[in-house]
Design a protein around this ligand. Sequence first.
Ligand SMILES: [Zn+2]
Length: 318
Amino acid sequence: MATAFASSTDTHDREDVLEELADGVYALTAGGDPNVGAIEGEDFVVCFDARATPLMARRWIDRLRRHTDKPIRHLVLSHYHAVRTLGASAFEAQNIIAHTETGRLIAERGRQDWDSEFARLPRLFKGHEEIPGLTRPTLTFADHLSIDLGGDRGTLELSWLGRGHTSGDIVAWLPRHRILFAGDLVENGSAVYTGDAYHREWITTTLDRVDRLGPDVLVGGRGHVARSAAEAGAAIASTRAFVSTLLRTVEGVLRRGGSPRDAYQAATEELAPAYGHLPVFRHVMVFDTQRAWEELVGEQPRVWTAARDREVWDHMTG
Ligand SMILES: [Zn+2]
């Protein structure tokens, strides 16, 4: 029997939960759907990630408006994926900030990624007809960007810590509160998408650097907020274990002369006991295995198109 493609048959809406993590620091988590955040400055707001459409973004901004009416000056994009970027117009932000790689990837493959993610996760794209086009960052950086929050609110530190989930993921760190918005570099209670990833670098240097920050509170790309240093450490460890198990299993199949399809079956079997019950597990395994295979044979992440998605899916699961 054919397996339903990606999350195309998942129509069950998750409930958004807004949490105030410290004075003026907010996270909106959504039962395994992509998380977003906001940080209040003295007379402005910084938002972290945009959601998939202006409509979905407005639902978040409306919630945020019960806490603050300050204008949104900066919208920070953790990486280039459509579900993180295409709601940007709703924020009416002065600046859209991202890593230089994110700007490059949006220009190079943003349109294909839009079509790909829309077909994979249609539920997240409510009001998609309103998306004005691709989101282009207006301010990009390569390593580090510090935002002074004004008053005695300290700074928000945006950093690129190495390649991981994509080549351009950044994290947002509030040293004063030791709160980290990690984007999709860390998931907490969700399977991990690696279809554009650099697995080896992610599980070594990049996650080492994330870990070294030592957050007391961590908001990952998906899943609930980690509310203690121990829980944050566990989320980082669980993400690392997922990606390393995936890579090791795919490498084993490759070495034995197996096929990507064999690798998909082996990796699914290997990861299911610990991660099989978590959001998007069935969805991600096909794309994760394909990308891990490509990395092991020395290829860069290829563009996912809606057509390539289906082809790889049918091949692996058929
Ligand atoms: Zn992503």
